[in-house]
Design a protein around this ligand. Structure first.
Ligand code: ADP
Length: 439
């Protein structure tokens, strides 16, 4: 600040100008002094030259002086402004500072000391004000940038929500399509199976050996196809949250023996022993017997399919805490630990190639997994490649139907999809409803 300062004095009174000039030169501050007599000259000179401070004389209460200060402040010219006035009262001070003066000094108090002090403080205050204004500008800029980023984020969030919405709608549509197609396929399949069975009955006419063989093949393939279609139907129902358990009290040993007897011919065809051990003090359970049998049939058909020689054991036993275990063990090809997690995912098979040795949809274990969850049970798998596998299902003796389902439950009702979300009371409240357009 002690470089040579450029100072402008604006006063139409020559005597006053002289007094200011004299006092300024006596301050000891190195300065270059210019003088003009009115506002017009002040603007002209300030437009072309930069000054470190302006001393402006105004006559109050004449409004012209205040207007001049305001004009200077609203112009592009940035300079500290000390107003020299003949009055010295609080009202004048407020008026001047409000109009934009950096500081003011009564003409009666002009002295080298006072002028030096007011000059230094005006320059300091003005520089601080400039820095504050600069910081404010930067803050405003950052705020605007933040606003822009916020808007961008909101836009991206909306896009994500939109994509999520479309994805879940596509998934519901897919499940709906699978359910409809499977349903439509079942009707002709049942006719094929039914009529093949009728054809095989002797009372409808004796078939030649070759004809009977062909009808049997039609029947077996029809049954196999129906099983595959049923798997797809169950899976799509489970995905759409439309599969309900129909719980009742039943004898789990009877259901186990029934499932085993249905699968025995397949095991016999591969020369596999099928052994059953039921170790239950109380065979009664409260569950859905059809779905429990389906779990057993799926596990048994896998065990038979993936075993070339040896045995298959089925064991049912009691567990602590009122639970029951259903275990299916085989001496088949086994599963590598790295595949344990994946085989419970829909359509996932250890061998995913088209030329794979073992046929199947890859839905059996996914269905079992969903059913066991709905029943509030757990699945355990132990297996060693080349040695065999053990699937153990642990189920509560009595299932609670409220534990059915996931947090989100989609229900298809002809043309509408109802989406229910689990509320804090563990029941479902409707969260969203969307329409599916049919062609
Ligand atoms: P799928 O039998 O129709 O292929 P699953 O969902 O029932 O479908 O089984 C998924 C995969 O898990 C099977 O393809 C097979 O690779 C593996 N797997 C299931 N059970 C057994 C088993 N007992 N022994 C060996 N591998 C098995």
């Amino acid at each position: 600040m002690e470089d040579t300062l450029k100072i402008l004095v604006v006063d139409d009174d020559e005597v006053d100008r002289m007094a200011v000039r004299y006092a300024l030169t006596k301050t000891g501050i190195q300065m270059e002094l210019s003088e003009v007599v009115d506002g017009n000259d002040m603007f002209s000179i300030l437009n072309t030259t930069d000054y470190d401070c302006v001393f402006l004389s105004v006559r109050l209460p004449d409004q012209a002086g205040l207007t001049l200060i305001q004009q200077l402040r609203s112009s592009e010219i940035k300079v500290p402004l000390v107003v020299l006035t003949s009055q010295e009262d609080q009202q004048t001070a407020v008026q001047l500072l409000k109009a934009g003066a950096t500081d003011y000094l009564s003409k009666s108090r002009i002295s080298p000391e006072n002028l030096a002090q007011v000059l230094r403080s005006a320059i300091r205050v003005y520089r601080a004000e400039i820095q504050v204004a600069l910081a404010k500008d930067q803050l405003r800029e950052s705020y605007e940038q933040l606003l822009c980023k916020n808007q961008e984020l909101e836009r991206q969030q909306q896009q994500l929500q939109m994509q999520n919405f479309k994805l879940s709608e596509a998934s519901v549509l897919k499940s709906h399509f699978l359910a409809t197609m499977s349903h439509e396929l079942r009707t002709p399949m049942n006719a094929i199976i039914g009529f093949s069975q009728i054809l095989l009955r002797p009372k409808f006419g004796q078939l030649t050996h070759q004809q009977a063989d062909m009808v049997e093949r039609i029947l077996n393939n029809g049954k196999h196809l129906l099983m595959l279609v049923n798997e797809v139907l169950d899976f799509s129902k489970l995905q759409a949250g439309r599969l309900d358990l129909k719980a009742e009290r039943f004898d789990v040993s009877k259901v186990t023996n029934l499932a085993v007897s249905e699968m025995r011919s397949l095991a016999d065809a591969k020369n596999l022993s099928l052994l059953v051990q039921i170790d239950l003090q109380n065979p009664l359970v409260y569950n859905d017997p059809i779905r429990v049998k389906q779990i057993l049939i799926n596990l048994l058909s896998n065990a038979i399919k993936f075993t070339e020689f040896g045995e298959i054991w089925v064991e049912v036993k009691e567990l602590p805490a009122n639970r029951v275990a259903i275990i299916v063990r085989d001496t088949g090809i086994g599963i590598a630990p790295k595949d344990f997690k994946h085989i419970f995912e829909a359509f996932r098979q250890v061998d995913q190639t088209l030329t794979r040795k073992y046929p199947g949809t890859g839905l059996g274990l996914a269905i079992i997994d969903s059913l066991v969850r709905m029943m509030g049970g757990k699945i355990f798998l132990e297996s060693k490649l080349g040695i065999g596998s053990m699937f153990k299902i642990e189920l509560p003796r009595q299932i609670t139907l409220s534990s059915v389902g996931d947090d989100i439950h989609l229900q298809l009702d002809n043309e509408r999809v109802f989406c229910y979300a689990k509320n804090p009371h563990n029941s479902y409240s409707q969260a969203r409803q969307a329409s599916i357009g049919y062609p």
